[in-house]
Design a protein. Structure first.
Ligand SMILES: NC(=O)C1=CN([C@@H]2O[C@H](COP(=O)(O)OP(=O)(O)OC[C@H]3O[C@@H](n4cnc5c(N)ncnc54)[C@H](OP(=O)(O)O)[C@@H]3O)[C@@H](O)[C@H]2O)C=CC1
Ligand SMILES: CC(=O)[C@@H](O)[C@H](O)COP(=O)(O)O
Ligand SMILES: [Mn+2]
Length: 399
């Protein structure tokens, strides 16, 4: 029986993880759940799967959770609060794997705790990797942590890598394994067919309606701006030690082919699956084995004649270019990009700014906030904080 801590259990990926655990309850048990303040979902999760620990970052939320569980006669779950306890639950001696599914750089500290405890990390949270970059991969190597990508495209690439490359993720150039290029597919987002000049009036509800995936709000908006693909480009550079000319982004509206790996011997390996996060999650949990997954529908070859691919028009997606440029500038620029994006997306979701202002604000912040590349987590978080402050002043400027 393998035990798991789920960071971000009440979110889209967190709930999908619990669903996979429930399909294989003889193999896996949930030791700890961590969330921010969604007491109602956390209460239901605690009553359903009975973890040993449940942690809410927000102290009042933890108090409400505790009283809900007592009222339900559930007194054997230890309710904790705060980031320090969340980090401790990512390091528990009797936990083999940690699902990193907190959204945003908020996931950084608990994810690093799991890395430093040498855990098997199911990495969904992309903001931590892209803001910590090489430092993240070095820490994983130093502490012998196993990184298994959960992001669907990166999980797809991982599945098409030679075992030796999987076991030495990011340590050697792709050419060492005979790989010439990795391809990330992109749906183009919910507004793919809408001219840019009409994007000023789209609503948060429209932006959160992804054509193929059911996801949390932040990543859904990132998919609509294509910032998600920009973050995934950066993620792939670090995870797979890929050079910029070894990564291609291919428009694929159906989100069935999640990635392609080109080998120098003329072979091209593609990964296909229906767009359901339980698939990459189950793969990673079972790795290096495989386990069956009960799904409402399965992919089959009937879909092949409906699949379309096209070159990407980068000019239609300024956020994607901002991310690639920030990555080329360095780690500090990537931290600033991510912070500005998190704040700008939040402001859009709260109807403070319009959708088409998101890239403008990020670009403005990148123009005025400059730092040398960081050497440790404290410096990363300091840069993040400064960029957030600047972005907040731009988004919430008094009219
Ligand atoms: N959803 C998807 O299909 C995919 C997601 N990812 C990545 O996985 C991560 C999670 O995404 P998703 O599941 O969609 O996100 P959701 O918004 O659905 O869930 C976010 C989770 O993080 C928790 N959370 C938010 N802020 C904090 C905080 N400050 N401290 C602790 N917990 C916090 C939330 O708790 P609460 O509910 O209490 O607020 C919730 O459990 C993101 O990094 C995303 O980019 C990657 C690929 C696909
Ligand atoms: C499920 C997942 O991995 C998301 O990142 C998804 O891929 C978003 O798709 P697009 O960014 O291609 O719209
Ligand atoms: Mn993805």
């Amino acid at each position: 029986m393998q035990s798991i801590t789920i960071l971000g259990s009440t979110g889209s990926v967190g709930q999908a993880t619990i669903s996979v655990v429930q399909q294989h309850s003889s193999k896996f048990c949930v030791r700890a759940l961590v969330a921010k303040n969604n007491v109602s979902i956390m209460t239901n999760q605690c009553l359903t799967i009975c973890p040993k620990y449940a942690c809410m970052i927000d102290e009042n939320a933890a108090k409400m959770l505790k009283s809900n569980l007592i009222a339900a006669g559930k007194n054997d779950i230890q309710v904790l609060s705060g980031i320090t306890n969340a980090c401790a639950l990512a390091m528990l001696d009797d936990v083999e794997m940690v699902m990193s599914a907190i959204v945003g750089i908020a996931g950084l500290k608990p994810t690093f705790s799991a890395i430093r405890a040498g855990k098997k990390i199911l990495l969904a949270n992309k903001e931590t990797l892209i803001t910590c970059g090489k430092f993240f991969m070095q820490e994983a190597e130093t502490h012998n942590a196993t990184i298994l990508p959960i992001d669907s495209e990166h999980n797809a690439i991982f599945q098409n890598l030679p075992i030796k490359c999987q076991k030495n993720l990011g340590r050697f150039p792709l050419s060492k394994y005979g790989i010439s290029k990795i391809v990330l597919t992109a749906s183009g987002g919910v507004f793919r067919k809408i001219p840019q000049e009409q994007l000023s009036s789209v609503t948060p509800e429209q932006a959160c309606t992804h054509p193929n995936w059911s996801m949390g709000n932040k990543i859904s908006v990132d998919s609509a701006t294509m910032m998600n693909k920009g973050l995934e480009y950066i993620e792939a550079r670090y995870l797979f030690n890929a050079k910029s000319n070894e990564i291609q982004i291919l428009l694929h509206p159906q989100s069935i082919v999640h990635a392609i790996v080109h080998y120098t011997d003329g072979n091209m390996l593609a990964h296909l699956a229906i767009p359901d996060m339980k698939i990459p999650i189950a793969y990673a949990m079972a790795y290096p084995n495989r386990m069956p997954l009960k799904m409402p529908s399965y992919i089959n070859t009937n879909c092949l004649n409906t699949l379309h691919f096209a070159e990407l028009d980068y000019h239609s997606y300024p956020c994607l270019q901002l991310a690639i440029d920030a990555n080329n500038s360095g780690q500090a620029a990537t931290i600033i990009l991510n912070a500005a994006n998190e704040i700008a997306v939040e402001a859009f979701l709260h109807k403070i700014i319009s959708f088409n202002k998101i890239p403008d604000i990020i670009s403005n912040v990148l123009d005025v906030v400059h730092f040398n590349d960081p050497n440790n987590i404290e410096e990363i978080l300091y840069i993040d904080k400064q960029a957030r402050a600047k972005t907040t002043s731009l988004c919430y400027v008094k009219k």
